[in-house]
Design a protein around this ligand. Structure first.
Ligand SMILES: [Mg+2]
Length: 603
């Protein structure tokens, strides 16, 4: 609880939102915390904080959150800082907002640009709104749903953090302070009813949603979109759905090729290499031939490939011990071909009992031990309780956890339910399970996610894709490259992390209205589907071509048919109707589906 309060205090005190507390910010916080104590004592206390235990032997110029928490550890329990935080935490529990603060403590305060007109902590995230609601509950002690002037004044005196939230000036005369509070109160009470209700409170603090950057609709003919020349596409939900290619995908790739731009397709599939995607895009309902030709070499890469590269990059030294869960042996073949000596030096297990895990865990301090997932959510052999137990032991002993993606679900279809997309477990579901078993505070240093949006994926997937674009002839900085995909937490995040542009397509897993769930994954652009990536003029030209070719086909068919009827080759339409072109198309599509599907989730 004290830690949650410390986190909140740190966030509130960090006036400029740079993630550090400088001397002035700390002094202001301490003045609030220590109330009417002698200002000299405050100054002394702050000086002590900045000069205590500095690793370089001098005084720090600012404090990180970690420094702040460490200092809190050093504090005696009767110090002002510790006492105030404890009081704040206890009062918060009393009014029943413990849960909300807990949420706040886990909130990300990543660098989202904010305008000076909004509160510096207003990153537009659900956590900000929750903290504002928690502050309302804190003031409204009697649960009336309303705050009057006296109640607000009382809360400001009682809770230093409410004073911080309201930006009440510290070093002013009591009259000026009252004047400030009066003006502030009138600003929040916007219907002048002489009390503040919850809606007014939230409107005041959360109203400036424009402070958070919003993605703009992709329009290729606008200058900022037109200058983009490198395209990195996600596959599932972007280029294809479980039942075939998404309309427009082939046209977009054709336009990119013909206009001298470059593209790469990235699949987050952890089970299959790039060659499987090439294969998929050459058959049946998935066939994709930009400009009438197969997709050229050097344009496709998967999370599986990225993970193979990562594992061979030196991260796993000779003699490493690996528990690898994979659907097949393909990864072994690839690695043995590329680095046979290193591969043969590894001790590899594809299942494990608890006794072996205990034995490995004892060697984890001196030798590299890792759990590796190559599966894409489909578990080839049933996982026993013993295996999960064994993995928990290894993870807790500090084993590395290497996996391809954090997608919680994958889409699938069933010929019995035409047009319905069913979810099936993705790798992320199992990744979360193991992450939950890690000791607190160790997760970040032992996990390695190699796919899009992952910590290692930034180098091994996106940087690799950028190299592939360059190899095709792409020139220009990263702001001329866009990552286009259907998920905030993989595709958009990959673009944000790599410093390229990003575009959310609403044709797959995520919709723009889910943006609040991903406060730090803010795309540069949005677009309904891949077909809309084409410039407007190109789409009109295509529509016109289609209309002409249809008109031509109809008139040709009717002449041929009329001639045949006259010559008695076919019977007139009334007596035996031939299947229409659309009916034929529908039949062909069904046959194709039957031939191509049957496998639930491909690549
Ligand atoms: Mg996708």
């Amino acid at each position: 609880m004290v830690l949650a309060a410390a986190r909140t205090a740190f966030m509130f005190a960090d006036n400029d939102g740079d993630g550090f507390l400088d001397y002035e910010e700390m002094k202001e916080l301490m003045q609030r915390m220590m109330g009417n104590d002698d200002p000299l004592v405050v100054v002394e206390e702050v000086k002590r904080m900045f000069c205590l235990d500095d690793p370089l032997g001098g005084c720090r110029s600012n404090l990180t959150y970690e420094d702040f928490v460490l200092l809190l550890n050093e504090c005696s329990v009767d110090s002002a800082l510790f006492g105030s935080l404890l009081q704040f935490g206890a009062d918060t529990i009393e009014v029943g907002v413990e849960e909300r603060l807990r949420g706040l403590s886990g909130a990300s305060s990543a660098a989202v640009p904010r305008e000076s007109s909004s509160h510096i902590l207003d990153d537009g995230s659900p956590a900000w709104r929750e903290s504002i609601e928690a502050a309302f509950d804190l003031c409204d002690e009697t649960n009336t749903g309303q705050i009057n002037k006296d109640v607000l004044d009382g809360a400001v005196l009682k809770y230093p953090l409410i004073a911080q939230l309201l930006r009440v000036p510290v070093d002013v005369t009591p009259d000026d302070r009252q004047e400030y509070m009066r003006n502030l109160y009138d600003s929040i009470d916007d219907n002048h009813s002489d009390f503040i209700d919850r809606a007014e409170w939230i409107r005041f603090f959360c109203a400036d949603r424009e402070a958070v950057p919003r993605p703009t609709e992709w329009d290729e003919e606008r200058e900022d979109c037109h200058r983009i020349t490198g395209f990195i596409f996600d596959c599932d939900g972007t280029i294809y759905q479980p039942d075939g290619l998404i309309p427009g995908a082939e046209d977009v790739l054709t336009w990119i090729e013909r206009s001298g731009r470059q593209y790469v397709l990235l699949s987050n599939n952890g089970a299959l290499p790039y060659s499987a995607v090439y294969d998929k895009l050459s058959r049946c309902a998935f066939e994709c031939k930009p400009d009438g030709k197969p997709i050229p070499p050097g344009c496709i890469y998967t999370a599986h490939d990225s993970q193979v590269d990562f594992m061979l990059s030196g991260h796993l030294p000779t003699g490493s011990k690996l528990l690898v869960l994979a659907p097949d042996e393909q990864w072994k073949t690839e690695m043995r071909e590329r680095m046979p000596e290193l591969f043969d030096s590894w001790e590899i297990a594809d299942d494990m009992d608890v006794d072996t895990a205990k034995e490995w865990s004892q060697r984890a301090k001196d030798e590299k031990v890792a759990i590796v997932f190559f599966h894409d959510g489909v578990i080839a052999q049933p996982w026993s309780y013993g295996l999960i137990h064994a993995m928990t032991i290894l993870i807790n002993a500090g084993a590395d956890f290497i996996y391809t993606a954090e997608d919680h679900c994958n889409p699938s279809t069933d010929p019995l339910y035409e047009g319905v997309i069913f979810p099936m477990p993705g790798p992320g579901m199992f990744v979360e399970m193991l992450k939950n078993s890690m000791p607190p505070g160790t997760g970040g240093s032992q996990t390695f996610c190699c796919g899009k949006g992952g910590n290692v994926g930034r180098t091994f997937m996106i940087d690799r894709a950028i190299q592939m674009l360059k190899a095709q002839g792409h020139v220009g900085e990263r702001d001329r490259i866009v990552v286009i995909g259907d998920r905030f937490d993989t595709d958009v995040r990959a673009g944000v992390l790599a410093g390229t542009k990003s575009c959310l397509l609403e044709s797959g897993a995520h919709r723009l209205e889910m943006a609040d769930e991903f406060p730090t994954d803010i795309p540069s652009y949005t677009c309904k589907s891949i077909a809309k990536i084409l410039p407007q003029s190109e789409r009109l030209r295509k529509a016109e071509d289609l209309r002409r070719s249809r008109a031509k086909a109809v008139s040709k068919n009717s002449w041929v048919r009329a001639g045949s009827v006259m010559e008695g080759i076919v019977e007139p339409r009334e007596s035996r109707r031939a299947p229409s072109k659309n009916e034929n198309k529908r039949r062909a599509k069904k046959l194709l589906k039957r031939a191509c599907l049957g496998r639930p989730h491909g690549v």
